[in-house]
Design a protein around this ligand. Structure first.
Ligand SMILES: [Zn+2]
Ligand SMILES: [Zn+2]
Length: 191
């Protein structure tokens, strides 16, 4: 048996208004990832719209209200409600309210090796690409169908490396630079 007091855990401060307390490690979970998030107004979970092909995710709103962007539009999850995303369902959670948001995030199995973003492959038009990180090449997008690789670049306007996929006015996705707010139809790529 393992017991932990959530508030005793030192948070990882991901942004000024975004704290994550990892609970998988102190609880020594073997098959699930467990994270407690405090998300300030206007902030969101790290990263943009994505899915895990090899992990399901559940979010339980403990305090406040979360808005999840999906490829079918937005879904609001209020205090006391929970939402589950199956492997392959694209999503991104945000706090669009003006008060705090506290969410418990559960993923199973604990580790994910196959994270995708809704970016089209330029060769075979497959509708998503896998994120591939390695020390040599950094971040690359790899088409799961034909293997074509693309290398994203930082924002051409301001150099920020935090570019996130978000919903546009309709249900199409756009890419927004978190540094300067410039919007792109597709992620800026290196030649
Ligand atoms: Zn392809
Ligand atoms: Zn920028």
């Amino acid at each position: 048996m393992k017991k932990v007091a959530v508030n005793d855990r030192e948070p990882v401060v991901l942004e000024e208004n975004l704290q994550r307390r990892g609970l998988s490690e102190p609880l020594e979970t073997s098959n699930l990832a467990l994270n407690h998030y405090r998300i300030g107004p206007g902030e969101g979970f790290p990263g943009g719209i994505h899915t895990h092909m090899d992990q399901e995710e559940v979010f339980i709103v403990i305090e406040g209200e979360a808005v999840f962007e999906t490829l079918d539009g937005k879904v609001t999850i209020s205090e006391g409600e929970a939402i589950r995303f199956a492997p392959g369902e694209f999503q991104s959670g945000k706090n669009e309210s003006n008060t705090g948001l506290v969410v418990l995030a559960i993923g199973a199995p604990r580790n994910s090796e196959d994270m995708r973003i809704p970016v089209e492959c330029p060769e075979c038009n497959h509708d998503n690409v896998r994120l591939d990180f390695n020390d040599e090449d950094g971040l690359r997008f790899v088409c799961p169908r034909c293997g074509t690789k693309q290398t994203p670049q930082n924002c051409p306007e301001c150099g920020d490396d935090d570019l996130r996929i978000t919903l546009g006015d309709q249900t199409q996705t756009i890419v927004v630079c978190q540094g300067c707010g410039t919007e792109f139809e597709t992620p800026p790529l290196r030649e």
